[in-house]
Design a protein around this ligand. Structure first.
Ligand SMILES: [Zn+2]
Ligand SMILES: [Zn+2]
Ligand SMILES: [Zn+2]
Length: 157
């Protein structure tokens, strides 16, 4: 099932995502609090990148308006545990839909609808990291984001 398919059961997709997050936190001994769960749920409302301000708005539409600092902290937590990805080029977030196994994925970011898809590119990351190492650089984090238009946006002109 691809998230760029027009019809995918997003309710099932969200439920899977939340239960995977629960298992991840349990395995790592991290606390998946109600607040963190709510923030992840709001980020995962769609597969488009969403900014912190819009996450706060989504939360406020479902319940009490959260303090921005608590949302930022929850996002930091979710990002640290690989449950959301920060889209550097848009200063936004997307829920992780990919089983990483400790490996980074490249991100395809649609500039029209904001859809973010992850794909594995192990050879790419290996060659980037070995090029960095050859320069005596110790890599702690690799981000590859490709911006463009998703298949659906190209179809709709
Ligand atoms: Zn979905
Ligand atoms: Zn991911
Ligand atoms: Zn698009």
């Amino acid at each position: 099932m691809s998230i760029s398919e027009p019809v995918h059961d997003h309710a099932v997709c969200t439920a899977e995502l939340l239960s995977r997050a629960e298992r991840t936190c349990e395995r790592r001994g991290a606390r998946f609090t109600g607040q963190r769960r709510d923030v992840l749920k709001c980020v995962a409302q769609s597969h488009a990148a969403v900014g912190a301000y819009d996450i706060i708005e989504r939360m406020a539409s479902r319940g009490p308006r959260p303090a921005p600092i608590s949302v930022y902290r929850a996002l930091d937590f979710l990002e640290a545990h690989g449950l959301v990805h920060r889209i550097e080029s848009r200063n936004a977030f997307v829920a992780c839909t990919h089983p990483h196994d400790g490996k980074p994925a490249a991100l395809l970011v649609c500039a029209s609808c904001g859809l973010v898809e992850e794909f594995e590119a192990p050879a790419l990351f290996e060659s980037l990291e070995s090029a960095a190492e050859a320069r005596g650089f110790d890599v702690s984090r690799s981000v590859v984001e490709l911006t463009g238009r998703c298949a659906r946006c190209q179809e709709s002109g």
